[in-house]
Design a protein around this ligand. Sequence first.
Ligand code: SF4
Length: 299
Amino acid sequence: MKVVYEGGDEKVAKVYAAYMRGSPEHMVEFVESLSGSPSIDEKWVLIISSQFGCPVRCRFCDASIFYRGNLTAEEMLAQVDFMVRRRYPDGNVPAKKFKVQFARMGEPALNDAVIEAMLEIRRRYRAPGYMPCISTVAPAGRDEWFGRLLEANRKVFRGWFQLQFSLHSTDQKYRDWLVPIRKWGLNEIAEYGERFYVGGRKVTLNFALSPGARVDPSVISEHFDPHVFALKFTPVNPTVRAEENGMVNVFTEREADRYVFLRELREMGYDVIVSIGELVENEIGSNCGQLVMRVHTGT
Ligand code: SF4
């Protein structure tokens, strides 16, 4: 792996772009972030790519500009290793919460090697705070992969694991437009989440709130038990694809109050997280796929 770009701010987030397999065709980006915590010893979050580009083509995501297949487990580990060794050459990571998110470029459930990489990180470093995180749109036809993930959580991570489903809307038609692949419906996600949850971190449903996205609290409560599922709402940041599709929706925490359904959902007993992220992250190109695009086009 050859790192060809490094930018950002140590105190907020750093982004990297790297060539794999000796070729700019196989470019990835990865990020390290303090995620709002005051110190790296409290919380350190690594966000890595699992595919070269992404075949899913979500309407707001620049990672889907190209697609060149899956990374191997070693290629995923190379990203982690780069960020860990530059700070902790001995592989001892002291952070109380050391999250590794398979959430940058690529849909992790489409790559068999993700689970192997996730388990290997646990073996490779002395990192008591290690918590893997999977963000997925729940592609159809990947039941075996999801079965292995469930087993890893039950046997190895035992709830010290963050599973996130990117739903974005409760309206199936809109979801289909936004995330244009075959995927699980709300029933399947609910049923799997209930089996997955063994205590610890609740399964999170992510909603990137684009202007057209409908979020109906009654649909959520019909499917998802608030004892098992938490809800996370984020803005849609100004990526190239989000701008093209008129989906940019940036708001502050206070402005999020205008969404009445957030209050309703809280009243229904859900943990509701409004995650704004750092505006600085937008400026340093820390949104999915933006960096690779910039490095490719030289902007
Ligand atoms: S949001 Fe995730 S699944 Fe969708 S195109 Fe981007 S990387 Fe792929």
